[in-house]
Design a protein around this ligand. Sequence first.
Ligand code: SAH
Length: 652
Amino acid sequence: MIDYQYARYKMVERQLASRGISDPRVLSAMQAVPREVFVEEGFQEFAYEDSPLPIAEGQTISQPYIVACMAEAAQIEPDDNVLEVGAGSGYAAAVLSYLARYVFAIERHETLATNAAARLAKLERHNVEVQSGDGTKGFANKAPFDAIVVSAGGPTVPVALKEQLEIGGRLIIPIGPQDRSQRLIRITRRAAGHYDEEDLGGVSFVPLVVAHGWKDDTRHADLERHLPDLIRQAAESLPAPEDPRFADPFARFANRRVVLLGEASHGTSEFHQARAVITRRLVERHGFSIVAVEADWPDAAAMNRFVRVDERKTENPPFQRFPSWMWRNTDVFAFLAWLREHNATASANEQAGFYGLDIYNMRGSIAAVLDYLDKADPKAAAVARERYGCLTPWQNAPHTYGRATLTDAYRSCEDAVTRQCGELLRHALKESRDDTLFDAAQNARLVTAAEKYYRIMYYGGAEAWNLRDRHMFETLEHLLDRAGPNSKAVVWAHNSHIGDARHTEMGKVRGELSLGQLCREKFADEVALIGFGTHVGTVAAATDWDGEMEVKRVRPSLEESVERCCHLSRSTRFLLDFARHAELANLLAHERLERFIGVIYRPGTERLSHYANVELSKQFDAYVWFDETHAITPISPQATSGPVPDTFPSGL
Ligand code: SAH
């Protein structure tokens, strides 16, 4: 059962107050209205996400933040007479009803208007009236209005609305071409024929997602124009990653206990190559003995046997399941071949191992869930694919929520699939029992927690994300403990895991934590979080979970993104060390968009599915830039020759 009251409280705190909504009356109105009543059947689970959601007639219920922004901008007093144009679900009208004396709301679609009126009546909001009709003409009978709030974007301001304003009245309206970014405008009627107009900032209706808050800080804006110059000055240029000198500037991080190396996608060759050359250096010269990656434990354990020159056979060849290219590619295999060679000649305390941090056989379990659902209920399988497909659990694209809405069949399969996952786990544990590095205590911990893991993973969402990152952190701690007080680890995982989630939308808005954050909390300045980024190129990714790998073009980064600033610095490859460049770090501590491509890339909905706001210089300690990047070269699951080093055991 979802605790809506708590979810609403969190929404007000994270999505509104922390983003600059400060009017206490607006915040308490947002706290008062149960948004779950206004969403469609099946969507209640998502009612307090930071996103618009689909409603009937192809329309959307507004993002909570945008409703609060508009309500605040309208400066509504308790005695005000208010008009809303575009009532939709009735949600914004309900919020306005807590602020004003009376609210008239107009909605073009009759069925939406009827449903909105019914919801408001059920909630006993007696000071709201919803009518169907064309709101661009206003509502002459009820005019004049102290405030008019228009919930749909248009190219111009309808004259009727201006004329229905009381003297001193405010009209809040998004203006701009459809499907593009609009400006939120406030028009104040000063006298009969005299209106003032203010631009409150950029918004994107519909869906109503706000890129930035609308603080007007001109000094900051001025400085931002110089951001590419500052980046160019701070950038420590890097050679191609094939050149071992690429690793030189990273020696400064060698005294840390844990060095976390990110990636901006799971299918980019340059990121893997860079991580490999840096890791080689840390292993060869600086005593790092643990390479821990965002992979399932059993698959990585097979690779660990290979790099440890342990010729025991592996029953199931590793990294066979979706997304196999993530680790089964020429860059990773070249690194593993090097590590094996290194270990073959190194003394025992100079050797390094290769470990998987992810929830034990997570991908195997997901495959089993999909297998089961494909047979039992293909519709539920489609829901599962959507849920697993999100990099960070739910994204801002309203249609994503639509496809991921739970059916009764999905719920009824829960017991069967968790049981199957449990069996899979027991089998995998039996197979890797000889892996002495993974001791009985850790196994026992896994088995106890397994059912909880599988139940939560089955439903996805923030809770599943947090469980997974906590598990990754505990596994890393466990590996470090086993290797002794002087042990050091390199971690390879996506930027979304290795970055500090407290300084991104993930933590600030969605309540998600990250491996990088947990490492900072425990090891403080003994960790280095190093992010990676790119402007353009190609990437290996699928369109849906379980889909074929495709080589896709990465679109040029968006104007408001950190990537675009790096691109405009006109430097092809570099390291930014924020600790050494305070002014740059200060500027990059302001929110900008960052692109996240996982195993799924959907260029068509890129802004909504792949960008999130971050404070780059707080998210990471350092940032590695490749202006142009290329897709990895996969190694097919059957391959035993070609790019597969001939020392690999045949099972690989
Ligand atoms: N405030 C609503 C958001 C609805 S989206 C909520 O909180 O749920 C915008 C709505 O405006 C849609 O329902 C759309 O049908 C309606 N709309 C668009 N043009 C309109 C017009 N000219 N008159 C009345 N409603 C309009």
